[in-house]
Write a protein that binds this ligand. Structure first.
Ligand SMILES: O=C(O)CCC(=O)C(=O)O
Length: 249
């Protein structure tokens, strides 16, 4: 493992997040952003979209566009996910997340903690957001509260001082990773540009993925097309619907 990745792991461990700059070419990221926006506008994918005219999550991108696999199986993000979650962790979702000009900030939250009374002191998820466009302070770069992953809280306190939220900016092609327990938020977009993120989640195998309402399984035909490094990250049952695969409670 190279020193940069070791530093990123130490940063994530201490602060709850880390940034890897320029991991895919900016032109590739921009093409993917364009494709994501086409998919959001295509009526056949409407049922996979949660959100409103300002901020949306489109689930199931692993099945929709094979180009997201280069992000999901990127050796640097996978090395970091495996460090925290073990060598057999899996990719569970790739979601497209655009935020349009005028979007207000979304709710500050912790990820996938709904089934815990108190969140565990081991990581249960490493989340990532690939910056398919530049992420700026103005266009809604994801905000993180440094060190909040140590709080063991399943939701941020109501009286949290908003000045603790730090925007994580970067050029298109960069990726931010965070511990699922870090308080974080899709910030307001006060610019005139659309920000597009590709959100890819890694979980250990012991986790029940039913808990994230919109997460879609990998289709058998998608799995068949995958290169070996991606197949290794998509272990487990394959199918076309959540009900076929996930335990409801
Ligand atoms: O879109 C963003 O900036 C944040 C995404 C997020 O909050 C999440 O994936 O849990």
């Amino acid at each position: 493992m190279d020193d940069q990745i070791k530093e990123a792991i130490a940063h994530l461990d201490t602060y709850g997040y880390c940034l890897l700059e320029d991991r895919i070419p900016a032109a590739v990221a921009c093409d993917l952003a364009k494709r994501c926006l086409e998919v959001h506008a295509d009526p056949q994918y409407k049922s996979l979209i949660h959100g409103d005219q300002h901020y949306q999550t489109l689930f199931g991108m692993v099945n929709i566009d094979d180009r997201v696999w280069q992000c999901a199986s990127h050796p640097d993000t996978v090395a970091i996910a495996r460090h925290f979650l073990g060598p057999h962790c899996r990719v569970v979702e790739a979601c497209s997340k655009p935020t349009w000009p005028g979007a207000p900030a979304q709710a500050l939250h912790v990820d996938s903690a709904g089934n815990f009374n108190q969140v565990p002191d081991v990581p249960w998820m490493i989340n990532t957001i690939w910056m398919l466009t530049d992420f700026t302070v103005e266009n809604g770069a994801t905000g993180v509260v440094p060190m909040s992953h140590r709080s063991r809280c399943k939701r941020p306190p109501d009286n949290l001082d908003p000045s603790l939220i730090r925007p994580i900016t970067g050029r298109a092609g960069s990726v931010m990773l965070w511990h699922g327990g870090a308080f974080h938020v899709a910030r307001a977009n006060t610019s005139s540009q659309i920000r597009v993120g590709l959100n890819i989640a890694y979980y250990p195998r012991w986790f029940n993925n039913w808990v994230e309402g919109g997460h879609q399984p990998v289709w058998p035909e998608t799995y068949e097309r995958m290169p070996p490094q991606m197949k290794q990250l998509c272990t487990g049952k394959l199918g076309r619907s959540r009900a076929e695969l996930y335990e409801e409670r």
